[in-house]
Design a protein around this ligand. Structure first.
Ligand code: GLC
Length: 806
């Protein structure tokens, strides 16, 4: 590479392009300094690959699942540039010093290399410098703390076990080297597929560039165009994959604690949920279920008969999830240790000695999950749990964590047969453990969908598992930080994510817990968890009022399952997250990025959730363009800033005009059948809206063979019409009737379903019940918790097209 020496600072640039070859989807640039390629994956996705001289090329990617497609593109060369044009973007390559610039077809600059630096190398570190565009903002980058707009900040990707992390700590558990850039009504993504420690700088301590670099390996990034943020996400998840449909039960409330034991305690907690009529689906066994923290064991006294316990839980409508830690206790005679050792499956030092690090079980070896044989071995072991009646798996500590936080760089991993050091394998270790566990769950439970939860990850993790944001703290700032982390994960392909509701470390006040439960009910993953040696933290442990509030909002979550399940289906189809930062739909609305509004998000397409700290009696919320309604009393709001009252039992939640929200009757777990009538709530708006309503059996993979029930519901405001398309799929709906509520239309003179007049009635509607009057000196008013006289009609849920007009 050519060396530029300035003020004693050495950096190597790519040099000049002396010619090019075009083969299939590839443009191979000739330069004496590196192997440089532009590879067209789709009209919107172009990969830039720069392999400095001396680097060995490894084509394997843990993240990318799709090959370059058959794409038409043209290439034109002149004396200074090579131009590559697809049906969506134009790439201009400067020849004298290789630089890449991406344009829209009508010539707007989307993204360009810094004119002088482009991509360059310092030692083994490769960096690409992108010129900052006027007004440019950056969002995404996965599980990163900090502001929604990442401009002015820098981040490092190195999966880190960070107990009780500060709300500005970086890095924490996951590495997703993908961000979205926004400027001048343009949006694009950059996915830097390099598993070494990477750094991203979005104009931090400089006003010139946004850069991304890696300690080793190649410069290997995908430029991803999308006319809107949602398209960028769709394209990114086309490249790195999407989740499969999760089991319905995993969308219910999941209750965890470090740790519930012995078995009688687990059964007690489960029973208490039922007695108190607080819906729940899952109970977790944290590390104390094991014998001396040895994975694939049960403690002989605490859990002497796991099958009996899981049977009893199942009979009570609960699923059981166990924690799995990768550290295998070094202990003579422990079968997993002996087997792993004899098969040579553990991560090693270069001299062949197995690496030992200290974790929960004491000194431990670590299975090399980057070796396909090891993944198979671990997957086969999952049968141990299945035979005990376990339903789901929780992979923890897989950064990999070891006390001291620094597994040595020189330890070696298989890395799919291309042996490498910890430096390259570290960030994918957790993802490969998740992959192996999912494989095990799939193998053992055959047609039942797996559920795994996982802590560390890399791009593409969404294909294998749900994720949670690790060891947070019971504080307001952590509650808000968790919302931002989940929203950012959603922008980065990870739709199924959540945080420890109530806070892992420390103890929440009743007020904080109540707020957190409300947010958790509107989070993709809804899981309560808390740490050892802290007070009880179940929804009933914070006093009667908080218990009622919890029951109400958890109940609402269960009533909304038809809506939530359909939203998950959308994620499975196109990668759209379930919790959607407002930046997705309102990317160029400045207000969305203001620190006081940046935590607001859409839950699915209809609900706007403004997270509010405990103790606040009023909150300022920002409602973007459109018309809005208060969930509780149906009051109308126009777009703009509003000051709203906050009461724990009456948390501000807004519904967007034109929304279509399917709701079922209250159930105590997803095992229970809801009533036969599906409520469909339509809110008056000015925009045409469609909602893809989706049902299937909620447990099996039959949906992949067409056994589902799906219909598009379209609202046409001008015509006052709601159309339910003919159903698609071979399954029948769970509901034989539809109760359609028309919010804010006034009482219609007549409602017609497929031209026949149907009966109109009306009733007061309430999503959330007010709490009881606990205080003898204060009477709780329920007046603002119902919407008065909402007209409704009940129709048969016919499989044919249904046209409803009023
Ligand atoms: C880690 C996990 C936490 C778990 C604990 C004990 O700190 O992040 O959720 O409870 O280990 O297993």
């Amino acid at each position: 590479m050519s060396v530029s020496k300035k003020n004693g600072y050495l950096s190597k640039s790519l040099g000049a392009c002396t010619g090019y070859k075009a083969t299939n989807n590839r443009l191979i640039l000739e330069t004496s300094e590196a192997k440089v390629e532009a590879i067209v994956y789709t009209p919107e996705i172009i990969r830039i690959r720069i392999c400095p001289k001396g680097n060995t090329i490894n084509e394997h990617s843990y993240a990318v699942i799709n090959e370059p497609q058959k794409v038409k593109f043209s290439v034109k060369e002149n004396t200074t540039t090579i131009k590559l044009q697809t049906a969506s973007v134009k790439l201009v390559i400067n020849k004298a010093a290789i630089r890449f610039s991406f344009y829209t077809l009508d010539g707007q600059l989307i993204n360009a290399d810094d004119k002088s630096f482009g991509s360059s190398v310092i030692g083994t570190e490769v960096t690409t410098y992108k010129a900052l565009q006027p007004g440019e903002r950056f969002i995404g980058l996965g599980e990163k703390t900090g502001n929604l707009d990442r401009k002015g900040s820098a981040f490092t990707n190195w999966n880190t076990d960070k107990f009780g992390y500060a709300v500005d700590a970086d890095p924490i558990y996951m590495s997703i080297p993908f961000y979205i850039g926004l400027h001048n009504q343009l949006s694009y993504g950059i996915f830097f597929d390099n598993t070494f420690k990477t750094k991203f700088n979005f104009g931090a301590s400089n006003n010139r560039f946004a850069s991304f670099s890696a300690e080793g390996g190649d410069m290997n990034y995908y430029f991803i165009y999308g006319k809107q943020v949602s398209e960028v996400i769709e394209n990114y998840t086309w490249l790195t994959g999407r989740m499969e449909m999760p089991p319905m039960w995993s969308l219910g409330l999941q209750q965890c604690r470090y740790s519930y034991y012995p078995d009688t305690e687990v059964l007690n907690v489960a029973r208490t949920f039922r007695e108190k009529k607080i819906p729940a689906d899952v109970i977790y066994l944290d590390i104390h279920y094991m014998d001396s923290y040895k994975v694939f064991t049960f403690h002989p006294e605490r859990f002497s008969d796991p099958v009996k316990m899981t049977d009893a839980l199942r009979a009570n409508g609960f699923k059981t999830i166990v924690i799995l830690d990768p550290g295998i206790k070094v202990e003579k005679g422990y079968p997993v240790y002996e087997e792993g050792k004899s098969k040579d499956y553990f991560v090693k030092y270069p001299d062949g000695e197995n690496y030992s690090g200290e974790v929960w079980p004491g000194w431990s070896h670590f299975p090399d999950f980057t070796n396909p044989d090891v993944r198979k071995w671990w997957a086969e072991k999952i049968k141990f749990y299945k035979d005990k009646g376990i339903d789901g798996y929780w992979n923890d500590m897989n950064e990999p964590a070891a006390w001291g936080q620094s597994p040595p760089d020189l330890i070696e991993f298989d890395y799919e047969g291309v042996r490498t050091s910890h430096k390259q394998a570290h960030n994918v270790y957790g993802m490969q453990m998740a992959r192996s566990t999912q494989m095990g769950a799939k193998q053992t439970q055959k047609d039942l969908r797996p559920f795994t939860l996982n802590r560390a990850g890399y791009s593409g993790i969404q294909r294998f598992t749900a994720s949670w944001t690790g060891d947070n703290i019971a504080s307001d700032e952590h509650m808000l930080c968790g919302v931002r982390l989940v929203n950012s994960l959603g922008l980065s392909g990870v739709a199924f994510a959540g945080y420890d509701v109530g806070g892992f470390a420390g103890e929440a006040s009743p007020g904080l817990f109540a707020k957190w439960i409300v947010l958790g009910a509107f989070s993709p993953l809804f899981r309560c968890h808390s740490m050892i040696n802290s007070k009880d933290a179940e929804p009933w442990a914070f006093g009667e009022e908080t218990e009622e509030i919890s029951r109400n909002y958890i109940g609402l979550r269960y009533r909304l399952l038809p809506y939530i399940y359909s939203t998950f289906y959308e994620s499975v189809q196109n990668g759209m997250p379930v919790a959607r930062s407002l930046a997705i739909q309102h990317a160029f609305d400045e207000k969305v990025y203001e620190p006081r509004y940046q935590n607001q998000y859409y839950f699915g397409h209809a609900f706007l959730i403004p997270p509010v700290e405990s103790g606040k009696e009023f909150a300022k919320v920002y409602l973007p363009e459109g018309n809005w309604y208060d969930l509780h009393n149906g009051k109308s709001f126009s777009s703009g800033e509003h000051i709203v009252e906050v009461r724990n039992e009456r948390f501000p939640i807004f519904i967007k005009g034109s929304s279509i929200v399917p709701v079922q009757s209250l159930i105590q777990s997803t095992v229970e059948k809801p009533e036969d009538v599906l409520e469909l709530h339509l809110y008056k708006g000015t925009e045409t809206n469609t909602f893809l309503y989706y049902e299937d059996d909620g447990t099996s993979n039959e949906y992949q063979k067409g056994v589902f029930y799906k219909r598009t519901i379209t609202y046409l405001p001008g015509e006052k019409k709601l159309t339910l398309s003919e159903k698609d799929g071979s399954a029948a709906s769970r509901f034989s009737k539809i109760k359609l509520y028309l919010h804010h239309f006034g009482r219609p003179k007549a409602i017609k379903a497929n031209n026949s007049t149907v009966a109109i009635k009306s009733e007061d509607y309430q999503f959330i019940a007010p709490v009881s009057s606990f205080d003898p000196f204060y009477t709780v008013s329920s007046e603002d918790m119902k919407e008065k006289n909402v007209p409704f009609t009940i129709i048969e849920n016919d499989d044919h097209e249904i046209k409803i007009t009023w």
